[in-house]
Ligand binder design. Structure first.
Ligand SMILES: Cc1cc2nc3c(=O)[nH]c(=O)nc-3n(C[C@H](O)[C@H](O)[C@H](O)COP(=O)(O)O)c2cc1C
Length: 240
């Protein structure tokens, strides 16, 4: 499965059927090492984080069977940490999807204190991402929670503001970004095309929107081919 296929396949999954097998665990641990190379991040893969979700059977009501978690954390409080966390964390999501696993970013509906207390001094907890084996189709609980937590996905047209005619790679990038997860499914990131330059921005620049920005930028980069600079409103450089 390519990155783009993983983008098109992924939806938030909240019901898990068991633990990660050893082979998947090893591959994800390797992916974590690579993701942490994005400056200042300290993502870890917690093999059994069910406690933070009220145990395997409770899982905070919205989730079921949660075991493994990516704990997405890093040093410092500056806005860039949250954007980097979104970008690197979503890379792990896509790696997990390629392994046929389910994932869900979780910023709020878990016991934050429990996870935060386990972090080394000075590390800021950004979010966790549940990861694990899933059934192919979504069950009743998942469908019901999905309806409550996600709105209808916005179209690529709703996410772009263009001045003139953008190149095909810009549209491909926005289409990939339109499939990105976001907090409460709000999709706050907008992609602008003006004077031959593509930029991406969020209106409030809050920590959670910066996470959404990092996630959406990764999707755009995969769809368009190229790399965004760090920051709210930063520009994109297409690959040669
Ligand atoms: C930063 C972030 C935080 C999130 N926090 C939660 C959460 O606390 N609880 C939850 O059930 N889902 C959470 N989600 C998942 C979103 O609700 C979900 O991605 C969104 O509704 C879009 O649905 P989709 O992922 O299926 O495209 C979060 C997503 C992101 C990106």
């Amino acid at each position: 499965m390519t990155d783009l296929e993983a983008i098109n396949t992924r939806t938030a999954r909240r019901t898990y059927t068991g633990q990660l097998n050893k082979a998947d665990l090893r591959r994800l641990e390797h992916a974590v090492l690579e993701a942490n190379l994005e400056g200042g991040l300290n993502i870890t893969l917690l093999e059994d984080g069910a406690d933070a979700f009220g145990g395997v059977t409770n899982s905070y009501g919205m989730f079921s069977g949660v075991r493994s978690l990516f704990v997405v954390a890093g040093r410092g409080k500056e806005a860039d940490l949250f954007e980097k966390a979104g970008h690197a964390g979503e890379r792990l999501v896509l790696e997990a999807v390629k392994l046929g696993l389910g994932t869900c970013w979780v910023g709020g509906t878990f016991n934050r204190d429990k996870i935060a207390a386990s972090l080394p001094h000075g590390q800021v907890l950004v979010a966790v991402i549940t990861v694990g084996p899933i059934k192919e189709g979504r069950g009743l609980l998942e469908k019901a929670v999905g309806r409550v937590t996600s709105r209808k996905r916005k179209s690529a047209e709703e996410l772009m503001e263009v001045d003139g005619t953008p190149p095909a790679w810009f549209t491909a990038g926005v289409e990939a970004a339109a499939c990105a997860p976001s907090s409460n499914g709000k999709q706050p990131v907008r992609f602008h095309w003006k004077d031959g330059v593509a930029t991406a921005a969020v209106p409030d620049d809050s920590p959670v929107q910066r996470v959404d920005l990092g996630i959406a930028k990764l999707h755009f980069e995969i769809g368009a081919g190229g790399r965004f600079a760090l920051g709210n409103g930063a520009a994109f450089t297409p690959a040669e």
